[in-house]
Design a binder for this molecule. Structure first.
Ligand code: ASP
Length: 330
């Protein structure tokens, strides 16, 4: 029988009603008690890493999750992490960079309704996560509402419905039907994973709105090592407002700047319009292509945790990790 490590981090799935709203209180052992019969599927051991609303999670918690998996990697066949849905996509992306090429499944799940509620998605999601953790399903994924989504491609796209997550610019890895996994895609893996233990938290994100000038970008670039700008459409920046000078100045000062799009699907293509072309060809900003913003955030934190060399940052950024970027590198 497969040995699975259940790691609890909090979230709605483990929440109970309090006078001040839902708060995570149940332990992993208590979560497991809601799933009688799970012992016929796998031998599960429990570990409580933290018990937090995922809004409160930070990169140090991502590092802690990765460290825990590294420590226990040889003792289990698969790993299930229960997690709040709000930042689950960020954690899934972070773990995809911190643990690369894992032949064993690392599955995140959670729920929109607490496990103790009469109407809840918690039990089916947790059971499905165990099913997937027992399969030959390498790498980091999110199992939610009967779908298996690649860790680097997930985004929370609904705040209330059970169908909370979408896979962005990439198909689902599989679906679960009546407890059976139909796997469409198997991620490639290494004989053993490569673990990383450093992230640079000084990564900022700015969403462009009509009328924005360089002031916000200046503020963020003065305080961070990298700035992601979510621009419009396939990508570009206003030709007035001082953005070009801003980018030149901060890139000369060693900052990394990435252009992406605020449009939900299909990604950036900076070279298409005059408003984007110069950024890529003259100013040499990086562009996200089909990566999710969550993945760009995590990838920059991972890269800048390893190097500050501009060429190396660029090389690593465009090197696919866990199928995060499919667009051909320039
Ligand atoms: N606020 C909760 C969290 O992310 C929402 C959830 O788990 O669904 O922890």
């Amino acid at each position: 029988m497969k040995r699975i490590l259940l790691m609890g981090t909090g979230g709605t799935i483990a929440s109970e009603s309090t006078e001040a709203g839902l708060a995570p209180e149940l332990t992993t052992q208590q979560l497991l008690s809601y799933l009688p019969g799970v012992e016929e599927m796998a031998q599960v051991e429990c570990l409580q890493l933290m018990n937090l609303d995922s809004t409160n999670l930070q990169p140090c918690h991502h590092l802690e999750m990765a460290r825990c998996i590294r420590r226990h990697y040889d003792d289990y066949d698969g790993f299930v992490i229960t997690h709040g849905t709000d930042t689950m996509a960020y954690t899934a992306a972070a773990l995809s960079y911190l643990i690369q090429g894992s032949p064993k499944p690392i599955v995140l799940t959670g729920a929109q309704k607490p496990i103790g509620f009469d109407s809840t998605d918690s039990k089916i999601n947790l059971l499905d996560a165990f099913r997937c953790a027992c399969e030959d399903m390498p790498g980091v994924s999110i199992v939610f509402n009967s779908r298996v989504i690649l860790g680097t491609r997930a985004r929370k796209t609904r705040t209330k419905s059970f169908q909370a997550f979408s896979s962005i610019n990439y198909p689902d890895l599989g679906v679960l039907r009546d407890g059976v996994l139909l796997r469409y895609i198997r991620q490639s893996c290494l004989p053993r994973p490569v673990f990383y233990d450093r992230m640079d938290q000084r990564v900022a994100l700015m969403k462009l709105i009509p009328g924005a000038g360089r002031e916000q970008a200046d503020f963020l670039l003065a305080r961070n090592d990298a700035l992601i700008i979510e621009s419009f459409g396939v990508g570009g920046l206003p030709e007035s407002g001082g953005f070009d000078a801003c980018i030149r100045q901060w890139m000369d000062a060693g900052r990394t700047i990435v252009l992406t799009t605020q449009v939900p699907a299909e990604g950036s293509d900076l070279g298409v319009y005059h408003v984007g072309h110069r950024l890529k060809n003259e100013l040499r900003v990086l562009e996200a292509y089909d990566m999710t913003t969550e993945a760009v955030v995590a990838k920059l934190m991972w890269i800048l945790g390893q190097t500050r060399d501009r060429r190396e940052v660029e090389r690593l950024f465009y090197t696919p990790v866990a199928l995060d970027i499919l667009f051909p590198a320039p």
